[in-house]
Design a protein around this ligand. Structure first.
Ligand code: BG6
Length: 487
């Protein structure tokens, strides 16, 4: 491709989450988060979607008593906490305009309950943002990326209890105050739609603590509390940092019908609008009527604070961000049909698509479809803040890593973005996931690698933590240098 399609100032970069890369889980006053309870699950079958996401109260008790970082790999991450200067230098060399990071709530308020913030935590992120600024890398900061204080899960039922909204806002105001002038782009909740898929990670909810018949209501209530927190976090951002922008963040789980049978079409439509409900609330500022109907049908009672409807309406987000890894297929009849699943969702196999080593269906066209659909629906700028291929990488005899499969994956997806831009879609930027190898969210593996930069670390936590450029490093550098004209 030769023509420049990507707009001037397009935010090329990469994405990370603190709990998957920082490590240093218990240093400088950091409290324990839900992520520190995630144990290694590479021993499970990749298709065991449920198994990767279930956590019991017994699992949590065990985690609280353990100091084992190999069993709980997010505790060591890739030691970004101590090595971020080296990593930022590499990102700068690639030409990054933007880097997505998250702030761990537990570095600032270790249990969520403290009156005063932890200065070491505040200082760490200030240094990080200053180092980014020095290198011309714009931070894109997620306030809540699967890492809420464990204390709040244990003592407030995670996001189920309304008090957590205020505790979260205390954290938001603290970081806005401190990083005013350093951070312009913010995101509230990472993949806010995932509370039903992985309730503990997303909302601090542990299934066996509640009666089964109440479960759905509890999850919906927790999501509602997050919506309100998101709207208020947007309000305070605009008040405290004029000119800053807030985005919502959803997993785009694009669903295709298995065929043109009208019942399959209807099913896919319903599943897609269920995915859109999360952005509807944060962008349009109100619940879609189908969700309220569903609550009524299923006798789900959600407690709204007196002002909630007004809060949601008054403080919508400025832009829409999303992760996109794959599409899925749904059908009214899945008898004898091959199933596929990823960390995101499951469905029947799409015969037109290849799958990754972890069984995720690779679908660049689906990214173009998602961009067009989201833009047509909301007419707001879009930001692709996660996309990528999890794969094992091999080090060749000469020490190189020839990850042509990753280059091919990105070529196809960048082409899909260009196609959407040609269709009139406004795209702010693209930050591929795990631009440096990091610990997997769902399985806690290191061998499931996404990066342009290799990290010498295995699933058992052995390795030097040394960084090494993969072939895709030079390739992505060229993409950025030409603003997407060559790839
Ligand atoms: C997204 C999450 O769902 O998928 C990331 O926001 C995660 O935190 C990414 O790492 C890839 O999933 P996994 O399980 O391969 O790490």
């Amino acid at each position: 491709m030769q023509k420049t399609i990507f707009p001037e100032g397009f935010l090329w970069g990469g994405a990370t989450a603190a709990n998957q890369c920082e490590g240093a889980w218990n240093v400088d006053g950091k409290g324990m988060s839900v992520a520190d309870c995630s144990r290694y699950k590479g021993d499970l079958d990749p298709s065991d979607y449920k198994g990767h996401h279930t956590i019991s109260s017994k699992d949590i008790e065990e985690a609280m008593e353990s100091n084992d970082t190999a069993r709980y790999p997010k505790r060591h991450g890739i030691d970004f906490y101590h090595r971020y200067i080296e990593d930022l230098d590499l990102f700068q060399e690639m030409g990054f305009k933007c880097l997505r990071v998250s702030i761990q709530w537990t570095r600032i308020y270790p249990s969520g309950m403290e009156e005063t913030p932890n200065e070491s935590g505040l200082k760490y992120y200030e240094d990080l943002f200053r180092a980014m600024q020095k290198r011309g890398i714009e931070p894109l900061v997620t306030l809540h990326h699967y890492e809420m204080p464990l204390y709040l899960s244990n003592h407030y039922d995670g996001w189920y209890q309304r008090e957590v909204v205020d505790l979260f806002l205390k954290f938001c105001k603290t970081v806005y105050r401190r990083y005013n002038g350093l951070v312009k782009y913010w995101l509230t909740f990472n993949e806010i739609d995932s509370a039903f898929r992985h309730p503990f990670t997303t909302a601090g909810l542990v299934e066996d603590r509640y009666p089964e018949e109440k479960w759905e209501e509890i999850v919906y209530q927790s999501i509602h509390n997050q919506f309100v927190a998101s709207a208020l976090a947007t309000k305070y951002l605009h008040e405290m940092i004029p000119g800053a922008q807030m985005g919502c963040m959803i997993t785009r789980t694009l669903t295709y019908p298995e065929n043109c049978h009208p019942q399959n079409m209807l099913l896919a439509l319903k599943e897609n609008r269920k995915n859109f409900y999360y952005s509807d609330v944060q962008v349009r500022g109100e619940y879609p009527s189908h969700i309220k109907k569903e609550w009524k049908r299923n006798k789900i009672h959600i407690v709204f604070g007196e002002e909630d409807e007004k809060i949601l309406k008054d403080y919508p987000v400025d832009f829409i961000s999303f992760s996109y890894y794959m599409s899925r297929v749904s059908t009214i009849d899945d008898t004898n049909k091959e199933q596929v699943s990823g960390n995101l969702t499951s469905g029947v196999k799409n015969p037109y698509l290849e799958t990754s080593e972890w069984n995720w269906q690779i679908d660049p066209t689906g990214l173009c479809i998602s961009l067009i659909e989201l833009y047509d629906r909301y007419d707001k700028p879009l930001f692709i803040v996660e996309n990528g291929l999890g794969s094992t990488d091999r080090i060749e005899a000469d020490g190189s890593i020839q990850d042509d499969y990753r280059i091919r994956y990105y070529k196809d997806h960048i082409q899909a973005i260009a196609d959407a831009i040609e269709e009139g879609v406004e795209v702010m930027g693209y930050t591929p996931w795990g631009c440096i190898d990091l610990v997997s969210m769902s399985t806690c593996q290191m061998t499931k690698r996404y990066g342009f930069i290799y990290v010498d670390l295995d699933d058992e936590g052995n390795g030097s933590y040394d960084r090494k450029k993969k072939k895709s490093f030079e390739w992505y550098k060229e993409v950025i240098a030409t603003n997407g004209s060559h790839f």
